[in-house]
Ligand binder design. Sequence first.
Ligand SMILES: NC(=O)C[C@H](N)C(=O)O
Length: 322
Amino acid sequence: MKKTILLIHTGGTISMAMTDEGAVIPNKENPLMKESNKLDTLATIIEMEAFNLPSPHITPKEMLKLRNLIIEKVSEEQIDGIVITHGTDTLEETAYFLELTTDLSIPIVLTGAMRSSNELGADGIYNLVEAVRVAVDQEAREKGVLVVMNDEVHLAVNTTKTSTSSVNTFQSPQYGPIGLITKTRILFHHAPIRRQYVDIHALSKRVAMLKVYAGMEVDLLEVVLACKYDGVVLEGLGQGNVPPSVVKGIESLIERGIPVVLVSRCFNGIAEGVYGYVGGGKMLEDLGAIFATGINGQKARLKLLIGLNKTGTPLDLKEFFM
Ligand SMILES: NC(=O)C[C@H](N)C(=O)O
């Protein structure tokens, strides 16, 4: 029996076309809406358009709307899997947001395109067909939110956009994809060991993110305080170190109860408190900074945002980020 897939469009290049002048722009009518017949042999498709936005226009508010839409639809009808089309610029963030805020056993698969619908070698329909093939695959269940592009299946937790223009842009540094897609089958070769779920209903807290660099001055951290952010993520140097000049700023934030979460600028390895010199990770850890394990800066920012907005008992953030 054919499975039922909920196909939700949100916009992005996959829904755009190129003008005669060479600008890639959104269309009044999403070109994907005419293509669902290509999916009919794979599944019964329930198709809807949540937004038609370039993904740099997507904010956590849209991510929460998408999450609520999924929960609502799944409670109303028998749905065996969900496919979401999305712009690639912030696709990993929406995927990770859904990973942390849904706890469904059916697959949630995000896909996009690097070439718009009328460009030579357009990859949108190809990726969409593959995403639906993954969503109907029994083995895709219980694996968390997935990203499917260019014949590969990636975990939302691990994947990141690595190229501005290549169709091979989504990669999972350090961990690799969890599955391969061939013309005839989906071959899963890894599975996540743990998943986290947080119940949130609203997003009232704000979290900033700063990249740390050689010679960074403290004033940017003072801005975080002055602008009343509720938390900050620092993309630190190496194993999670910062220049001595910003240590006072980190200390002031922590003293005022504003969590400071550290990740690394490096895309392999994990940040942890190792170095005991001024600004070293060990010193920052002793001051109360929290190290985020195994995620990049943009995901750590969403994780902190979600953690701070959790309903009910507040989370132990240190444990949450372990
Ligand atoms: N390839 C893409 O989808 C990029 C586009 N700027 C977007 O994220 O909406």
